[in-house]
Design a protein around this ligand. Structure first.
Ligand SMILES: NC(=O)c1ccc[n+]([C@@H]2O[C@H](COP(=O)([O-])OP(=O)(O)OC[C@H]3O[C@@H](n4cnc5c(N)ncnc54)[C@H](OP(=O)(O)O)[C@@H]3O)[C@@H](O)[C@H]2O)c1
Length: 277
């Protein structure tokens, strides 16, 4: 498994698993549990969730699905912005830990920027880190100006990752956000890396996928994974999708492939505000 270094040098799998909407439908539970356990077996041990997903149901599901596997997993959860005061973040983390049946999170993210002062959230995260309840903290859906503000705060440079929307159709971060993150050693975690399945048919992507003998979703995922310093967390609820996503790790896109993809999915020529889903 390729890995990406966090700012403190710890290495995390480049390809992980998202969980948005998992654990909400009892009829899908068996299949989803098998998918999560298969993913861990395949080494996709970076697992992303949030208190928001199913209002706690997804964390609860994961707590069960990961029984006996917790120590193999780099577990990420996120706090709602309206819980992100210094005290609120600690209470929310305790609830997440209970649902996830664990004593620590490996990474705890502010899901998006809300009304609580960032200084408060960072202080809450640092309290949790010192108490051993979280090992790292970071942010999600932060644009360049948000990261600049964060990094100017006491402790703000301890931010371990920024989880943002990034895929072939959402290349805005390449203009200024990714360069800033690289310069300041904040790794990217790409969410919705296959645009929630809405990868367009036809065009250069279809040709490239056919030439490599893969699906357009696998080619789109390989395109995100071309970045040596990015993690990607596709969500897959079936064993087939999981295996296909795992296989995308072995797919090397050539310079010619990348140039053709640039023609179909144009890189940004000016700053775009960060999009979110
Ligand atoms: N921080 C944030 O604000 C934020 C926002 C959105 C998402 N996220 C995180 O990022 C994760 C991934 O994003 P996402 O769930 O929005 O979208 P995604 O991973 O881009 O796409 C998931 C969809 O693609 C399908 N799929 C997966 N692998 C496939 C394959 N190989 N071929 C064809 N279809 C495939 C899945 O179907 P099946 O499920 O049926 O396999 C599902 O419908 C989320 O689950 C969540 O953990 C974070």
């Amino acid at each position: 498994m390729d890995t990406v270094a966090l700012p403190d040098g710890e290495r995390v799998p480049a390809l992980g698993m998202g969980t948005w909407s998992m654990g909400e439908d009892p009829a899908r539970r068996r299949m989803e549990t098998d998918a999560i356990r298969l993913g861990v077996d395949l080494g996709m041990t970076l697992v992303d969730t949030a208190e928001m997903y199913g209002e706690g149901l997804t964390e609860q599901f994961l707590g069960e699905a990961l029984a006996g596997l917790r120590d193999q997993v780099f577990l990420v959860s996120k706090v709602y912005p309206h819980h992100a005061s210094r005290q609120g973040v600690k209470a929310a983390c305790e609830r997440s830990l209970r649902r996830l049946r664990t004593d620590r999170l490996d990474l705890y993210l502010l899901h998006w920027r809300g009304g609580e002062p960032l200084k408060e959230t960072v202080a809450g995260f640092e309290d949790l880190r010192k108490d051993g309840k979280i090992r790292h903290w970071g942010v999600s859906n932060f644009d360049t100006a948000d990261l600049q503000e964060l990094s100017a705060l006491p402790g703000g440079r301890l931010c371990a990752a920024n989880q943002v929307l990034y895929n072939l159709e959402r290349r805005g971060p390449e203009f200024d956000l990714l360069p800033w993150m690289r310069a300041h050693h904040v790794p990217l975690m790409a969410y919705s890396p296959i645009e929630q399945g809405r990868i367009p048919e036809g065009g250069a992507l279809a040709g490239i996928a056919a030439r490599h003998g893969v699906s357009r979703w696998q080619a789109a995922l390989a395109w995100v994974l071309r970045l040596a310093d990015a993690m990607a967390i596709p969500k897959a609820a079936s064993a087939d999708h999981l295996r296909q996503n795992h296989a995308a790790l072995g797919l090397e896109l050539s310079d010619e492939d990348l140039a053709r993809l640039d023609a179909q999915f144009a890189p940004p020529r000016s700053r775009r505000s960060l999009e979110m889903l």
